[in-house]
Design a protein around this ligand. Sequence first.
Ligand SMILES: Nc1ncnc2c1ncn2[C@@H]1O[C@H](COP(=O)(O)OP(=O)(O)OP(=O)(O)O)[C@@H](O)[C@H]1O
Ligand SMILES: [Mg+2]
Length: 394
Amino acid sequence: MYIDQLSLTSFRSYDQLDLPLRPGVTVFVGPNGTGKTNIVEAIGYLASLSSHRVSSDAPLVSFDAAQAMIRARLVRASQATTLELELNPGRANRARINRANPVRARDILGLCRTVLFAPEDLALVKGDPGSRRRFLDELIVALVPRHAATRTEYDRVLKQRNALLKSARAAGRFTSAHEATLDVWDQHMAAAGAELTAARLAALDRIQPHLQAAYRDLTDGSKAVSAFYRSTLLGPVEEDGSAAPGPDPRDLLGLDTGQLTDRYLAAFAAARRREVDRGTSLVGPHRDEVELMLGRAPAKGYASHGETWSYALALRLGSYYLLADDDERPGSGPILILDDVFAELDAARRERLAGIVTGAEQVLVTAAVGDDIPGALAGEQITVVPGGVRESVR
Ligand SMILES: Nc1ncnc2c1ncn2[C@@H]1O[C@H](COP(=O)(O)OP(=O)(O)OP(=O)(O)O)[C@@H](O)[C@H]1O
Ligand SMILES: [Mg+2]
């Protein structure tokens, strides 16, 4: 798929930007801070309803403006759709599809598929488990948009259950009324947690071969990568993701949501004393970890700087391969966005990456220095200047 027209209103540094785009490779060049990432961030937002840089919407709205607007004309399998998204920080965002009546923002999930790689993605490998859980959750929503609701429901139940555990702890004693209420929340959390866990396990299982292929394609292939889901169902996982060696996490893969629900109920029962003492939920997908292995060692703590980059990039390229595989209709592959990636790679990895991405229907690349872009990615070059774009060279 590709976007052939992008308009931004009061988005980040742009009062108004109207930008025609083409399929194939487009490179945005310009000095630091001119607004290259802002453009691709808007496109990524349209696909995932979240920014790769900030967790709230407020920074996306221009200084002095109350709301921002992202509009795009998307062509997927030769069919054009106009998407409009209104960002209202502090209030519900709204969307319109083909200029029809406004709908909830989340109703546009799944229409535009992008895979965005940015320097922030180093955190996927080096950062805390939350970054990896987010990666996986974004992937499950990209694959099955209704899982956006699965996430929301789990977060809602978790919040309530934590509030109960916290207030019981503050009260200093755990009464039978607390007990009864907690039993009810256990049921809700087991059901919601099972749904989310099943989706994550399935997505991780599906991406695995693509992740391995992507890492092989990017490097000389001398080291293999693999990813394991470490579930709190199989034993305690600390907040930093560490855990004692336990049963094989793949054992969970064969379970359906009913069986996972039962496993959660049993795990909650076993953890109840600890949870009451700590005043918080210790078992559930909010505490799970995705362990990334490089060769024989965990990538976190062992991988070199360059390997960390390649690993993070392979996670995104793996998503790209998987999404392309998921919808094989011609013209339906995801839009690939590479924000500031070439400057960090050595010449060999640049060439390899360029070779891989030229197969995508639309590739949007940003770079402060045009010379960092390998020759194989020759295409449209757009010079970004503060507040707009200056020229477009073919
Ligand atoms: N809400 C906002 N309102 C107005 N300007 C903003 C807003 N948010 C960010 N900016 C401005 O946008 C600019 C950053 O743009 P962007 O991150 O796209 O730069 P870039 O071209 O990608 O730079 P680099 O090459 O350093 O990555 C900054 O100058 C910042 O002050
Ligand atoms: Mg940038």
